[in-house]
Design a protein around this ligand. Structure first.
Ligand SMILES: *[C@@H]1O[C@H](CO)[C@@H](O)[C@H](O)[C@H]1NC(C)=O
Ligand SMILES: *[C@@H]1O[C@H](CO)[C@@H](O)[C@H](O)[C@H]1NC(C)=O
Length: 147
């Protein structure tokens, strides 16, 4: 039964190769390094910069993006440019991610992680969700992805 095992191994390596060949995945790897799940960023990252001393980062998406966030199906939008400051388990001064709740759009200003949960901050209000809801990068919805 060695052959199926090899095939599975090859398939897995192909999968990981195609993931790492995607230009945006480096930004997702950074999230993991800082203690966050990759699902915080959509899959259409074009490029990013990060200053390792200050933690100041900026992410450019191929296009602005709209997603539905688990588990409560909040509508969220990502601007084409997202910026903020990241240190281990903490993102602050966040700009570029908005969620729709209570009939209004709110800018997410910060995100904290303790490994188990993520705490999203909207000004002084915060909401906690299990990190495992964000294990997969959301795909952008809508028709603007063709540009
Ligand atoms: C990302 O790429 C675009 C076009 O290739 C470029 O104009 C922009 O400056 C880059 N941004 C960053 C943060 O590297
Ligand atoms: C990175 O941040 C540090 C501390 O704020 C600053 O001194 C340095 O000039 C920054 N580096 C770049 C390349 O912007």
């Amino acid at each position: 039964m060695a052959i199926p095992r090899i095939i599975i191994f090859l398939c897995l390596s192909l999968v990981s190769f195609s993931v790492s060949a995607d230009g945006g995945s480096a930004a997702h790897d950074e999230l993991i390094k800082y203690g966050f799940p990759i699902g915080l960023l959509p899959s259409n990252v074009e490029n990013y910069t990060i200053n390792r001393t200050s933690g100041v980062f900026s992410i450019i998406l191929r296009d602005s993006c709209r997603v539905t966030l688990p588990p409560d199906n909040y509508l969220a939008t990502y601007s084409r440019k997202i910026s903020g400051k990241i240190v281990e388990n903490r993102i602050a001064e966040l700009d570029g991610i908005n969620v729709r709740a209570f009939f209004k759009w709110w800018g997410i200003t910060g995100i904290k992680s303790n490994g188990q949960d993520l705490v999203f901050e909207v000004g002084v209000v915060s909401a906690k969700y299990p990190s495992k809801n964000f294990d997969i990068s959301p795909l952008c919805e809508g028709t603007r992805s063709s540009s």
